[in-house]
Design a protein around this ligand. Sequence first.
Ligand SMILES: C[S@@+](CC[C@H](N)C(=O)[O-])C[C@H]1O[C@@H](n2cnc3c(N)ncnc32)[C@H](O)[C@@H]1O
Length: 357
Amino acid sequence: MAATQKLACFRLPPLPTIGEIIKLYNLRAEKQLSQNFLLDMRLTDKIVRQAGNLKDAHVCEVGPGPGGLTRSILKAGAADLLVVEKDMRFMPGLQLLSEAAPGRMRIAHGDILTHRLERGFPAHIAKTWDDVPPNLHIIGNLPFNVSTPLIIKWLEQMSNRTGSFMFGRTRLTLTFQKEVAERLTASTGSRQRSRLSVMAQYLCTVKSRFTIPGRAFVPKPSVDVGVVHFTPLAQPQIQQPFKLVEKIVKNAFQFRRKHCRRGLQMLFPESQRLELTEELLRSADVDPTLRPTEISISGFRALADAYSQLCKENQGLIDYEFREELKLKLQEKRQSGSNRKGLHLHTTIEENVIGNR
Ligand SMILES: C[S@@+](CC[C@H](N)C(=O)[O-])C[C@H]1O[C@@H](n2cnc3c(N)ncnc32)[C@H](O)[C@@H]1O
């Protein structure tokens, strides 16, 4: 119901429009920083509504730019808004906004990929993990160029309960290129099912909220944009370390159109590949002929548990990376003069990997 609630209206004093701010400070969009601005306040209000009730909330906004979404967050009643922006040119405009909402908005000049969000909010707002989510939200019209590494980083922090997840199950309302949004929310067996779907869905409830057509942005990106809401699960669906889950999922999806056995084999050194792959699939009770896209989260949970057990029984297995083994082999082959064959092997495997991403 939260999504349909009206914004609590906290009036801001008269301010130049976002269009005027852009003109005033000559804020030409920088392609390098994936700057696509939203000037339509109805849309920024709609994004903010997806976060739920923000009255008295603590909020971190990623990449406020000229401040359209920022205004909507303030209008929705956030008591404490921390904005993190990489581009210095936006600082005067954001300062203007901060003065219009005294004591409610803090500005940090920095890179969201390295910013220590855990230092940005008071300890007293923390809830225990099993409790209701804290009154802390992360909201952002994300720059496309960082959105995937950023969500992976936040998923890892969620799993380890670090960063902004030290405060509990902090909720996220974020925009992504539509194709990425579809992957995040894709269900088992669907065409868009990918690594990202499994990694996000084993840790969170992930909901696709609405699509914003590319034409709503200035400048217009070549794709539409999806708004996605994440609530961390009190009980993650896979109870293994993030890196271990990531390794299994990455390997499974390496050959997305082939049977899952093909990608999962790469978890094991060549000398034991067949035997350990069979053991993994047997203990996990996963059908080796499923495509990776057809494996459910509970299938991945069984694989992660079985692989973790195999790692306990086989020293060094956890650190095994087939690419490393492949590199060593190629070096050896080159040294022993069979250069052409080695290059062929490398190209074939790499083509397969890249082609199936
Ligand atoms: C898609 S624009 C959104 C701007 C504004 N929030 C809006 O909706 O109109 C992305 C914003 O993120 C900023 N940005 C890009 N990379 C960033 C990073 N690594 N850390 C923080 N901000 C970043 C850009 O400068 C830009 O202001």
